[in-house]
Design a protein. Structure first.
Length: 75
């Protein structure tokens, strides 16, 4: 009778999953900043402007890249 051995997960899949999860967790503060900006626009605290929104997004994306380096998401 042949014994069944549990199959070990592919190491590259595990590393990829851990890397992706870490990237999402590290990007959370930047996502929260984007959400706060959107809420401020919705309630009228910040004037709704496509140019201002684009400038804010560029600033957040640059800050994310400077802060996280290779772990930054490509926005």
């Amino acid at each position: 009778m042949e014994q069944l051995r549990p199959q070990s997960p592919d190491c590259s899949k595990v590393v990829s999953t851990v890397g992706r999860t870490s990237q999402l967790i590290l990007g959370l503060p930047f996502d929260l900043a984007r959400e706060q900006y959107a809420r401020a626009v919705r309630i009228g605290f910040i004037e709704q402007s496509m140019l201002a929104n684009a400038k804010f997004e560029q600033s957040i994306a640059m800050l994310e890249k400077l802060t996280l380096g290779p772990w930054a998401r490509q926005v």
